[in-house]
Design a protein around this ligand. Structure first.
Ligand code: FAD
Ligand code: NAI
Length: 461
């Protein structure tokens, strides 16, 4: 029997990063992955292919607005097959890159489905390997809707919606969350009529309400239609399309939508069934998340879990940080328990939507005294020069100037939020961010201005 200090199950951003770091710390490491390629959901069917299509479709959408910059182009067109091939190449290059990193760092890839026979033993195909420590990094899969069968032809999960062979005439998206908005925008830009149906009365639950409202307005302006406060009663295939039956939550009235394609994007659930956890005595909650402590230890000695398989934001960077903390703990290096309140979330639509920490609603609900500072990009010189004036920076602080939350909607919001992540993580105050030099002309000046506004001394407002 081959023996390893650590066997990681799952090679997503949580598992592969953990495997690399553990090897760098001197542990002998194997990583079990059943896919034919490494990188998990994120690289294969998540973050990377969705961003590749967002980027391609954004270039196409921009062609129509080049006249504003004094540029005329001849007849423009796009080749969906070529766009998909580019996306597949980006994914292929990155997944091969991880295989290369595994080789370079001496991580053994065991290609197959892993199950845990006992603490210290993992089965992969016919082989049983010994593992001083086991790290569950099996990630997540799309949640399903009762009575709605995903066939990846007409009724799609995010995976199917990343590989359509033609642009649907009418795409109905169920769920106005991150996937619904990102992939809805891709197909709307490429010419589909897109209707987003949402159970709640708002889009992007969890995001700051003001920012979500702004996002809805801007996305509607781009052609996305929203039907909020609707419960999906059924989705039935008929011929080449499907009929989506909805129930209005306020009146109970029943409505139907005829669709060429339906994307079910109502959340993701952990992939922890079939690993043998119950028999081992590992605690799994009703939704399938593995219970862990601040060091990612399950209740069973030598078994750890991270990433989408444990509670917390279901995000790639969170999974990576979990993985690093878990293996540093295993290798005997002290590591503080993670603070998920400092994990930024970014929706990569145009405009991008970035959030960090508390929302204004949450602070109000908690009765927590706070100050708010806003700065609209329309008043920012760089945004004007680029023609990216939609959106704003909003910061929330305590009365003593501690940053409690930050929410940005606008071009490059996902990069702009990083300054505030660092500020919040290191305890830098509104005053300190406002006092630091921000290059001119830059979108980042709007972050400085929002902090100044929160302090009651706005400059350009
Ligand atoms: P995963 O990436 O899900 O990896 C788990 C791996 O384990 C998989 O490869 C699976 O095959 C393997 N596995 C499972 N069970 C077994 C087993 N028993 N044996 C062997 N192998 C097994 N997050 C972001 O931060 N930014 C984004 O822009 C973003 N975009 C996304 C877009 C889409 C369309 C989707 C679906 C998700 C997106 N996410 C994004 C979320 C992100 O992909 C996940 O949070 C992240 O991949 C979780 O990492 P993980 O390592 O925990 O699990
Ligand atoms: P989500 O949780 O973001 O959104 C799901 C939406 O569906 C919610 O608005 C919810 O109210 C709605 N909903 C649930 N049941 C419904 C029903 N029966 N009918 C109508 N609406 C319903 O989940 P999503 O978009 O599927 O994404 C899954 C996960 O993947 C997210 O947790 C996110 O963290 C991650 N992700 C992250 C991305 C990023 O960071 N850019 C991109 C894509 C996914």
């Amino acid at each position: 029997m081959r023996n390893f200090d650590l066997v990681v199950i799952g090679a997503g951003p949580g598992g592969y990063v953990a495997a690399l770091r553990a090897a760098q710390l001197g542990l002998s490491v194997a990583c079990v992955e059943e896919r034919a390629t490494l990188g998990g959901t994120c690289l294969n069917v998540g973050c990377i292919p969705s961003k590749a299509l967002l980027s391609s479709s954004e270039h196409w959408a921009e062609v129509k607005h080049l006249a504003a910059h004094g540029i005329t182009v001849g007849e423009a067109g796009f080749d969906l097959g070529a766009m998909m091939a580019r996306k597949d190449k980006v994914v292929g290059d990155l997944t091969k890159g991880i295989a290369h990193l595994f080789k370079k760092n001496g991580v053994e890839w065991l290609n197959g489905r892993g199950t845990i026979l006992a603490a210290g033993q993992v089965q992969v195909g016919d082989e049983v390997v010994g593992a001083k420590n086991i790290l569950i990094a099996t990630g997540s899969e799309p949640a399903t809707l009762a009575g709605v069968a995903v066939d990846e032809e007409v009724v799609l999960s995010s995976t199917g919606a990343l590989s359509l062979a033609r642009v649907p005439e009418h795409l109905v998206v169920i769920g106005a969350g991150v996937i619904g908005l990102e992939l809805g925008q891709v197909w709307a830009r490429l010419g589909a009529k897109v209707t987003v149906v949402e159970y709640l009365d708002r889009i992007l639950p969890g995001a700051d309400g003001e920012i979500a409202k702004t996002a809805q307005r801007l996305l509607q302006r781009q052609g996305l239609a929203f039907q909020l406060g609707r419960k999906v009663a059924s989705v039935t295939r008929d011929g080449a399309g499907a009929t989506v039956t909805l129930e209005r939550r306020d009146t109970g009235a029943v409505e139907t939508l005829a669709a060429d394609a339906v994307l079910v994007a109502i959340g993701r659930r952990p992939r922890t069934a079939g690993l043998g956890l119950k028999a081992l005595g590992v605690t799994v909650d009703a939704r399938g998340f593995v219970a862990v402590d601040g060091q990612f230890r399950t209740g069973v000695a030598g078994i750890y879990a991270i990433g989408d398989a444990v509670p917390g934001p279901m995000l790639a960077h969170k999974a990576e940080e979990d993985g690093i903390a878990a293996v540093e703990g295993i290798a005997g290096h002290a590591h503080a328990a993670p603070d998920y309140g400092l994990v930024p979330g970014v929706v990569y639509t145009a405009p991008e939507i970035a959030s960090l920490g508390a929302t204004e609603e949450a602070l109000k609900e908690a009765g927590r005294p706070h100050v708010v500072g806003r700065f609209q990009f329309i008043a920012n010189g760089r945004a004007r020069a680029m023609g990216a004036t939609d959106g704003l920076v909003k910061v929330l602080g305590s009365e003593t100037g501690r940053i409690l939350g930050a929410h940005i909607i606008g071009r490059n919001a996902g990069e702009l939020i990083q300054e505030l992540v660092l500020a919040m993580s290191t305890g830098a105050t509104l005053e300190q961010v406002a006092a630091s030099s921000h290059a001119h002309p830059g979108m980042g000046e709007a972050v400085k201005e929002a902090c100044l506004a929160a302090l009651g001394k706005p400059l350009h407002a």
